[in-house]
Design a protein around this ligand. Structure first.
Ligand code: SF4
Ligand code: SF4
Length: 66
């Protein structure tokens, strides 16, 4: 089964807005540099994508087979 997850683009400014939006607590801001997605928690709901003012989040099919 193909599942979707969030991908954070390189232009993330680590503002942290997306972190509390995620219902699965799958997002964290790593070292103030950029947001990272916990691929085990993310369900691809897209809420973070809509919250990101910088529009750097995309929802796509999971690339690696798990
Ligand atoms: S809202 Fe967008 S720019 Fe801000 S931390 Fe999340 S992914 Fe990065
Ligand atoms: S797509 Fe949904 S579950 Fe995945 S990181 Fe974004 S808000 Fe969280």
């Amino acid at each position: 089964m193909k599942t979707k997850i969030a991908y954070i683009g390189k232009s993330c400014v680590a503002c942290g807005v997306c972190v509390p939006v995620c219902p699965k607590s799958a997002l964290q801001v790593e070292k103030g540099v950029r947001a990272v997605v916990d691929v085990e928690k993310c369900v691809g709901c897209g809420k973070c994508e809509r919250s990101c003012a910088a529009a750097v989040i995309s929802i796509a099919e999971r690339r690696a087979a798990v």
